[in-house]
Structure formats: structure tokens, C-alpha cells
Design a protein around this ligand. Structure first.
Ligand code: ZN
Length: 317
């Protein structure tokens, strides 16, 4: 999938609904029976065939144009297409099901499935169970003609493990710009692996903001830590993910957490210049997010106008 126009950081690229949703632990007998109306547990293939038969012909056609990495290149099957492309989503729909399968489902989305993988993706997706819709969001600005990519795996893993997982599950060797690092710099791969590991635990190891703010003896350079993490995220293309374990799915885009933290720090220090700089950055992203963020932008505007009205202004000054 490629961008036709410029997409600002934070903007929604697309919103879509799944065409097929099945419980992830599909082999549990009672689930298969309840979902497909089958009398007994059957193979995943039969279940997917049964579900696809309910789709209209156009959707079926579109589904057949998706990739199947499960078997030989000439033997595309519906269950192969499903297992190659389906995303993990959470739905709290049936509290009576066994615990392991209660909330986790696999869902097929026809448009997002067309996004290739990158270990430094420029987009992340989020599924909202209340609207039953997936939203694909740009985690950095995307130029016209640039490919839109998501991550299929935990991108905080070192390169050899990322490549091994992609090879095993999707049958390709990743040649994204973060895997094909030029060999002219011998330590580059180890450096990238270290940066990813550092970022994977950044928020878990971060000192408490209030402790930083109120403890006069605390000389922790919280601002420096956030700025360094943001720089590492830019270099590694990990603006979208908070910590390890994340796949293409996000709940909290990491760069916004850094921006919010910097606004708080500069506000507490009563540093007008630093405060305005990061409030403006937050405003830029919120504007790109669209109509849902209008009230948030208004609040940011009021702080730009009168920084002293910021709720922790000068607490550490
Ligand atoms: Zn890669």
C-alpha cells in the first residue's frame, strides 16, 4: 500500500471493519460449534470455508487477491490466506467461554492486510471493540509515493530474532532499512539491537515524575532521557510503540507519551520557551488526528496563550 498524498504524523490513514472474525483458539469444540453452527469441532480450514461462503462475491474475490504464506506458492487456500493475514484483536463478548480464549480473536481486514512489514513501520493499527473498527494511523509524516508499512512482530527484538520469526511465519527475509544496515559500519547491527532493547524497557524504568518534581535533591535528567529516547525512536523507526511485546497494534503511541512528558517537565520548570515548543508539537499532532481532538487542541491553545494557567506550572521552578 502506498501513500498518494502527504500524510502528517498522527493522521488517520484509513478506517475499516473486519470481514471475518474467529476465536483465536479455534480448535476448542464449543467455540467452533457456536461460531459456525457446526455440530462438532472441525478443522480451521472447514470453518474458514464455511464463513467465507457467507460473504458476498466481491468480498470473496478481494480475499483471494491476498497472499497465502502457509503452504506452497501455487496452493492458495482460504484458510492459508486467513492465517497469513488475520490480526489479533480483543473482544469482550462472551464471558462464559474458557479463559484462554475468552477475549482473543483473529480478524481479517482487507485493506490493512495489504500493508507490508517493516521493523521501523510508519503506521500502526488499533482496533476499537466498541465501534468494531480498525484505524490505521501514521506514526511519522509519510511522503506521497512512500510505502505504508506496519509491524507484524515485536519490533523491539534483535534483528536475528525478527528475521527468524518473519521467515518462520511469513516465509520472507526482512530487507527493511532497519535490517539491511550498511556493512560499512561494523557495529551498526549490535547498536540497533541495543537501542531497541533500551527502548523496550524505557517507560518501565522511567523515574516517577512527581519524585523528579518535588525532590530537590533529585537531579535525574528526565528531559534528557525523553529527548534521547525520542531520538532513538526516530533512528530505529519505533515512534509508534511504547514497549516490547507490541506488534502492529497500539494503545498508546509512544511519541505522544514523550511529548506529553516534555510539556509537563518544561511546565514544572516554568521554562516558557521549552514549554511552548512541546505544546506546539503536541498541537501539531492533535490537529492531524482530526475532529475528535478539537477540544484537546483548544486546551493546548489556552496554555500557549497563558502558560501560567498550565496545571503544574512552576512546581519545580
Ligand atoms: Zn526488518
Amino acid at each position: 500500500m502506498f501513500a498518494r498524498t502527504y500524510v502528517p504524523q498522527g493522521a488517520t490513514i484509513l478506517t475499516e471493519f473486519p470481514v471475518i472474525v474467529v476465536p483465536r483458539d479455534i480448535m476448542i469444540k464449543e467455540i467452533v460449534g457456536s461460531v459456525a453452527g457446526l455440530d462438532e469441532a472441525r478443522s480451521q480450514g472447514e470453518l474458514i470455508d464455511a464463513l467465507v461462503s457467507c460473504l458476498d462475491s466481491q468480498l470473496k474475490k478481494e480475499m483471494f487477491t491476498l497472499k497465502d504464506c502457509s503452504g506452497s506458492p501455487n496452493a492458495t487456500t482460504l484458510s492459508g490466506i486467513f492465517s497469513t493475514n488475520a490480526l489479533d484483536i480483543e473482544l469482550k463478548v462472551n464471558a462464559t467461554l474458557p479463559k484462554s480464549a475468552k477475549h482473543m480473536y483473529k480478524a481479517l481486514f482487507l485493506q490493512t492486510s495489504r500493508c507490508n512489514h517493516s521493523c521501523g513501520p510508519n503506521a500502526v493499527w488499533k482496533f476499537d471493540s466498541s465501534t468494531f473498527a480498525l484505524t490505521l494511523v501514521a506514526v511519522r509524516a509519510i511522503r506521497p509515493g512512500e510505502e505504508i508499512t506496519i509491524s507484524y512482530i515485536n519490533s523491539f527484538l534483535p534483528r536475528h530474532l525478527r528475521r527468524a520469526q518473519l521467515q518462520s511465519e511469513w516465509k520472507f527475509t526482512c530487507h527493511c532499512t532497519h535490517c539491511d544496515i550498511p556493512w560499512s559500519f561494523p557495529g551498526a547491527i549490535a547498536q540497533s539491537d541495543r537501542a531497541r532493547h533500551e527502548l523496550s524497557t524505557f517507560f518501565k524504568k522511567l523515574p516517577d515524575w512527581e519524585q523528579w518534581c518535588f525532590d530537590e535533591k533529585n537531579e535525574m535528567d528526565l528531559i534528557g532521557m525523553h529527548l534521547r529516547a525520542m531520538q532513538l525512536r526516530e533512528e530505529e523507526g519505533l515512534e509508534g510503540f511504547k514497549d516490547g511485546g507490541a506488534t502492529g497494534h497500539w494503545t498508546d503511541v509512544a511519541y505522544m507519551k514523550h511529548i506529553d512528558a516534555l510539556v509537563m517537565c518544561f511546565g514544572a520548570l516554568a521554562d516558557v520557551q521549552g514549554f511552548r515548543k512541546w505544546v506546539n508539537k503536541a498541537r501539531e499532532v492533535k490537529l492531524a488526528e482530526g475532529p475528535n481532538s478539537v477540544s484537546h487542541v483548544k486546551v493546548l491553545d489556552s496554555w500557549l496563550k497563558e502558560p501560567k494557567k498550565f496545571y503544574v506550572w512552576g512546581w519545580k521552578a
